[in-house]
Design a protein around this ligand. Structure first.
Ligand code: GLY
Ligand code: MN
Ligand code: MN
Length: 442
């Protein structure tokens, strides 16, 4: 989507933000919403700073992700105000003068020192819902993060505006381009570190901008769910490649996983294809009114059927699920909300006024338990892994007969499989941003 297109959909986004903020302030009994963009943090006993991460409550309003010390102020019935820090500083590149399609929707004041913000914030901090971290405090404006305000905003943040979907599309386009380059590097025999560099180059983003640490796993490393080591030297033989890597666009994330076999005629490729086919069916279930917990439980059934088809389990799929054997091969949740954060907030929120929807018993790693509704963006990321720690447990606790260990040994050198797409629920067919992105790039 071009900048002109974003300019078309942004006004509706900012007015929805105002509508939500007005309601949230009413619930908390406050007159003003005050949101600091955040500050730089430093290593202990050192003058080195950590990469700056903008306050998500701030970037929800406007696409500014590199502006520590700025503030957003909203008073219902008035235009939102941006207090924009543009320091005098010759050590660092300072933010440009504010510009962009969003600018006309804000009253902007430029400040040169962080404390100058005080002159532009509401008079009485006690009347303000101040959303941020303690380090952002200036004067009497210490973040108070009132629960009713946060609960309302975070619950509704699950429902993306068309502008936000456009932002996620842009992030996806960048991520897909980099995934394609990474696959080529894998097939050319690159090391994990080398593939990572190729990915960053193709995405034109590095650790400062990527929404999470790349998972680039060859062979057995695919069995480590969050493998972020990156061997500098390529293995003698690269059999398989699991890549879980994203990209960002002005604060919005994509989260994409693909798994490849070096030998496309191999049984491992067939297993990848089976998981891929099952994953597409799961993505098609991202529909309004569907309980996301059910998607997770259904995924166990589908994956257990694949385990049975490939002779990895000896019992029926139903029995594999009922006895927890499927969880040894699929030990994480089916996915999570995504948007401003890779793992978006309020995954368990029962309502916009609080409450928690519990995870299904025996599924502690599921991150989203809400019913799906139009606008929600979620990942669908089933996987099958050969993880010694979990498989040994099956053996040790008497469930070893449910598994064909010779088949496990045959697949272990490939590590594991995960296929992950980002999918938007609508009131009709779901939008699979990731598949769309790969189709566009084909
Ligand atoms: N990349 C982390 C996840 O898939 O949730
Ligand atoms: Mn994910
Ligand atoms: Mn991922």
């Amino acid at each position: 989507m071009s900048v002109q297109d974003l300019a078309m959909v942004y006004p509706a986004h900012v007015s929805e933000m105002q509508r939500r903020a007005t309601e949230a302030l009413g619930r908390g009994g406050f007159d003003h919403l005050v949101v600091p963009s955040g500050t730089s943090h430093y290593h202990l006993f050192d003058d080195r700073d950590y990469p700056y991460a903008v306050n998500p409550q701030f970037k929800a309003w406007l696409p500014l992700v590199r502006n520590p010390g700025s503030w957003l102020v909203f008073t219902p019935g008035q235009r939102p105000k941006l207090v924009y820090l543009q320091p005098f500083d010759y050590w660092h590149v300072v933010p440009q003068a504010p510009a962009g399609y969003w600018l006309e929707h804000f009253d902007v004041v430029v400040i040169r020192e962080p404390d100058e913000a005080l002159q532009h914030l509401p008079r009485d901090p006690a009347r303000c819902a101040i959303l941020g971290e303690p380090q952002s405090t200036v004067g009497g404006f210490a973040p108070n993060n009132p629960a009713p305000v946060l609960q309302y905003l975070e619950f509704h943040r699950a429902y993306k505006t068309p502008y936000e979907v456009a932002m996620m599309r842009a992030a996806t386009r960048r991520g897909v381009r980099a995934h394609r380059a990474a696959e080529r590097a894998f097939r050319a025999g690159a090391s994990e570190f080398g593939i990572h560099l190729v990915y960053c180059q193709a995405a034109a983003q590095d650790a400062m901008e990527l929404p999470y640490n790349n998972i680039i796993a060859l062979n057995e490393h695919g069995a480590v769910l969050h493998y972020t080591e990156r061997d500098r030297v390529a293995p003698a033989t690269s059999r398989s490649f699991l890549i879980d890597a994203g990209a960002s666009h002005d604060g919005y994330a994509c989260d994409i996983t693909r798994t490849y076999a070096a030998d496309t005629g191999s049984e491992f490729q067939a297993l990848v294809d089976a998981v891929d086919a099952a994953q597409r069916t799961m993505c098609d279930q991202v529909r309004a009114g569907v309980d996301y917990r059910q998607l997770h439980l259904d995924a166990h059934q589908a994956l257990a059927a694949i385990l049975k088809d490939f002779g990895l389990v000896t019992v029926s799929p139903e029995a594999a699920v009922a006895t927890g054997v499927s969880s040894a091969f699929f030990p994480h949740g089916i996915g999570h909300g995504i948007g401003l954060q890779v793992h978006d907030v309020a995954g368990f929120a029962a309502s916009d006024a609080g409450g928690t929807i519990p995870k299904p018993e025996g599924h502690p790693y599921l991150r989203l338990t809400r019913d799906l509704a139009p606008g929600m963006a979620v990942t669908i990321e089933p996987g099958l892994y050969f993880i010694d720690l979990l498989l040994d447990k099956l053996k040790a606790d008497g469930r070893g007969d449910s598994v064909d260990w010779s088949r496990v040994e045959a697949f272990k050198p490939y590590g594991g499989i995960r296929i992950e797409d980002d999918v938007v629920c609508t009131d009709a067919d779901p939008i699979n941003l990731t598949r769309e992105g790969f189709a566009e790039a084909a």
